[in-house]
Design a protein around this ligand. Structure first.
Ligand code: CP
Length: 331
């Protein structure tokens, strides 16, 4: 009889360095970036590196085999939903996807968020929730007995996006401290900007906010930046920041957030990053965008090595793998 020598299953533990501190995330809801200090960020980033190495070598592992994620999205999504699903599946877990529109769930029959959450927790070990109302994810988490992760709550926060944004800056430029970071576009309603700005108050960075008057950063977040003692300036013109920015974080003006569409029409096309504009930028800098884009970055920028937005997309999967593993106690 011919003997088949089987390759040993990939041993994830070989890649995981010993963890000498508690990450403190096991069983926790992830609602806001305020839950992440620098030590916790370093931990998640280190785990994300391991996830990237594992995916590069073998594609998937069974670290979360037997765990189930419920993905509940009351607003459209491509990246956040798909990357959470990919993250869970690459770690060997399974997913209940309610991401193609809650109109296909019992929400369309009038079921409340609370009852929907209390139902999904009967099946799942962790719930990822996107909802149009600020504060809704915290409310859901208060009802749930399993961890709830905020995938965007209205104009509030998008903490996992901010984690992947910060990780991308560090990966691209090797540091965060000392950088000049310019945020462009819809700073008023942009939850990715809100979360990233809050996280950056933990670093020694200079912040430049570029927006039309009606889309300025909310005062409450600006006050956090000022209280942190950061060098900060606001302008309406990208030309004021393009020459010395290390990071240009561009955002979409979000039509869905405007109650007055005439106001949206006034500001929707104010900024466009083009290859011509980038001739005025540093050679070592990055252009980022949480995506989707609808005209803020011209396609002629995509081939520029400084265009980091699709690398940023991929980092999202590694960060969410790290986060799911931590929340589910597989540190
Ligand atoms: N960045 C982001 O949240 O993208 P999606 O809306 O596609 O999830």
């Amino acid at each position: 009889m011919q003997t088949t020598i089987l390759e040993p299953l990939f041993n994830f533990e070989n890649l995981v360095k010993p963890v000498h501190h508690s990450n403190g995330l096991t069983g926790q809801d992830i609602i806001s970036v305020s839950q992440f200090d620098r030590a916790r960020l370093a931990y998640i980033f280190s785990r994300a590196h391991e996830m990237r190495e594992m995916v590069g070598r073998v594609g998937s592992t069974d670290l979360l085999r037997g765990f189930i994620l419920a993905c509940l999205f009351y607003e459209p999504s491509t990246r956040t939903s798909a990357s959470f699903i990919a993250a869970m599946e690459r770690l060997g877990g399974s997913v209940i996807p309610i991401t193609q529109g809650v109109q296909f769930s019992s929400v369309s029959k009038g079921e409340t968020l609370a009852d929907t959450i209390r139902t999904l927790e009967q099946y799942a070990d962790v719930i990822v929730l996107r909802h149009p109302e600020t504060g809704s994810v915290q409310i859901a988490a208060d009802y749930a007995n399993v961890p709830v992760i905020n995938a965007g709550d209205g104009i509030g926060e998008h903490p996992t996006q901010a984690l992947l944004d910060l990780f991308t800056i560090q990966e691209e430029l090797g540091t965060i401290d000392g950088l000049k970071i310019a945020m462009v576009g819809d700073l008023r309603y942009g939850r990715t900007v809100h979360s990233l700005t809050k996280l950056l108050t933990q670093y020694r960075v200079s912040l430049r906010f570029v927006s039309p008057e009606i889309l300025r950063l909310p005062l409450v977040i600006m006050n956090e930046v000022i209280d942190a003692g950061l060098d900060v300036r606001e302008t309406h013109d990208v030309a004021d920041v393009i020459g010395d920015a290390d990071v240009l974080y561009v955002t979409r003006v979000q039509k869905e957030r405007f109650s007055d569409l005439a106001q949206y029409e006034e500001v929707k096309n104010l900024y466009e990053i083009t290859s011509e504009l980038l001739t005025k930028a540093k050679q070592k800098m990055v252009v980022m965008h949480p995506l989707p884009r609808v005209g803020e970055i011209h396609y002629n920028v995509d081939s520029d090595p400084r265009a980091a937005y699709f690398r940023q997309v991929k980092n999202g999967m590694y960060i969410r793998m790290a986060l799911l593993a931590a929340v589910l106690g597989k540190a």
